[in-house]
Design a protein around this ligand. Structure first.
Ligand code: THU
Length: 133
């Protein structure tokens, strides 16, 4: 069911700008209206300015007025590697950004042996920062 979203993430990964780590990541974010926004990781000589693929996709969508999301597919591997063979979990920063817009049932689709593996945001981020201001 999420194979197409994984393929979109793999296609987006081809644009990865990862000259420092050599690790290429792609993401494809499915909006509730069916639109898909993709993203790749974008590194910088000042390393900490790197933007992850997931946040690239989310920020692209939000900047286009979309804030209602259903699922995100994430694939990653060394640049010349097979990104559909092993799961690449989102980092904590990206999970935190997801919690800003997505409910706990938001689906995170990873690849393993070429097949989609489906997780919920609450599986990977069971306790979220939730201030009361
Ligand atoms: N990266 C992502 O794009 N997403 C993640 O969730 C974790 C890490 C990128 C950042 C950096 O360009 C490379 O992977 C190696 O850390």
């Amino acid at each position: 069911m999420y194979k197409n979203l994984l393929d979109e993430a793999a296609k987006a990964r081809e644009k990865s700008y990862c000259r420092y780590s050599g690790f290429a990541v792609g993401a494809a974010l499915l909006c509730s209206d069916g639109e898909i926004f993709t993203g790749c990781n974008i590194e910088n000589l000042s390393y900490s300015l790197t933007n992850c693929a997931e946040r690239t996709a989310i920020f692209k969508a939000v900047s286009e007025g979309k804030t209602d999301f259903t699922a995100i597919a994430v694939v990653g591997a060394v640049k010349s590697g097979d990104c559909l063979s092993e799961k690449c979990f989102p980092c904590g920063a990206c999970l935190q950004v997801m919690t800003e817009f997505c409910d706990p049932g938001f689906k995170i689709i990873l690849a393993e042996n070429g097949e989609p593996k489906v997780f919920c945001l609450s599986d990977l981020m069971p306790n979220i920062f939730n201030s009361s201001f």
